[in-house]
Design a protein around this ligand. Structure first.
Ligand code: 3HC
Length: 301
């Protein structure tokens, strides 16, 4: 039984080697949690400078995790970081990352670019390799439209910051096999995440619900109903969210927010997802949030 006693059984389909395509914030987080869990990871990105940056940020975040895990025995911190780091290789060549059990794509949110990558991976990877996308909102079925292994393909959607957020959304494409789905669920568990499952529906579970919340917060601020600070304090102290909606939008990136809302509007036509002038203006001005030093709030560089 592949589906029974999952955590105790060593399955032939267990995922042990992973390639993450895309060395940005999400990609490096995914690589980190897999390496922490003892897996061998290859990060592939076209830009060598991004790979260098990814390795540095992984090193920093591994230290944060190590200090927490080994707070009673600090002598173990160094080896924890060293061992996890050594499990991560980087390459600018996708072929170096093809021969693995799982490939997770975390590149730019552009359908045609993702499709091209998956078509290439479909040809390069061995028969058994499972392919997955970390897209925040693009349709999984559309991303995989051109591949042959549709039974070994799905969505694995992580949340920022990946090493801290406990959730993983496992998205079932229309043609995913039960075996692939179970392998994805079990992999998610093995890297310490709690998995939820959903269909290939716009925004999946979390972004479908965060979208209207975040959009209404921005409209409230835009109308001047309350100050940005009070909107954020309201939701932190009145609903126990760790961050207020406007802080969270700056944290996630206003470009990402705009993109998610755009996709949700295209797919659902629900008016709550309609473009927000304030958001459009900030994005047009390059004020994308924390990463650019200014978004809804200003940040010290
Ligand atoms: N790597 C490793 N550890 C990290 C980390 C990182 N990148 N960032 C924070 N941490 C750790 C810290 O070391 C700290 O650990 P400790 O409590 O043991 O000391 C802990 O996380 C808390 O961090 P801080 O004390 O620095 O700050 P906060 O308590 O304010 O927590 C936060 C920061 C975890 C980001 C929290 O504010 C939070 O949960 N915010 C909401 C995040 C959220 O909603 N994310 C989802 C966005 S939507 C998304 O990603 C989907 C996409 O498709 C758009």
């Amino acid at each position: 039984g592949f589906t029974r006693n999952f955590s105790n059984s060593v399955s032939l389909n267990a995922i042990k080697t992973v390639t993450v395509v895309g060395g940005g914030l999400m990609g490096s987080g995914i690589a980190q949690v897999a390496a922490q869990a003892g897996q061998n990871v290859t990060i592939v990105d076209l830009k060598p400078e991004l790979l260098e940056k990814a390795q540095k940020s992984i090193q920093n975040n591994l230290n944060r995790v190590a200090r927490k895990v080994h707070k009673d025995d600090p002598s173990k911190i160094e080896s924890f970081v060293k061992e996890a780091s050594e499990r991560i290789k980087v390459s600018t060549n996708i072929e170096d990352g093809a021969n693995v059990d799982l490939v997770v794509e975390a590149i730019v949110e552009k359908l045609d670019v993702k499709q091209e990558l998956f078509n290439k991976l479909d040809k390069l990877c061995p028969e058994h390799t499972i392919l997955a996308s970390n897209t925040s909102s693009i349709s999984i079925n559309e991303i995989g439209a051109g591949i042959k292994r549709k039974d070994r393909f799905g969505g694995l959607h992580f949340f920022n910051p990946v090493p801290v957020m406990r959730l993983l959304e496992v998205i079932k494409g229309d043609h995913i096999s039960e075996e692939t789905y179970q392998a994805m669920m079990s992999w998610g568990k093995s890297i310490g995440k709690t998995c939820i499952t959903c269909k290939d529906t716009p925004g999946f579970v979390v972004n479908r619900l965060l979208g209207p919340y975040s959009a209404e917060a921005m409209r409230m601020y835009e109308r001047g109903d309350a100050s940005k600070e009070d909107i954020d304090i309201g939701m932190k102290l009145g609903a126990s969210y760790p961050m207020g909606p406007l802080e969270l939008a700056d944290y996630t990136g206003l470009d990402t927010n705009k993109f998610v809302l755009q996709v949700l509007y295209e797919k659902t036509k629900h008016p709550v997802f309609k473009p927000i002038p304030l958001l459009d203006k900030l994005v047009a001005e390059g004020k994308l949030g924390i990463k650019t030093g200014e978004g809804i709030y200003k940040y010290k560089k």
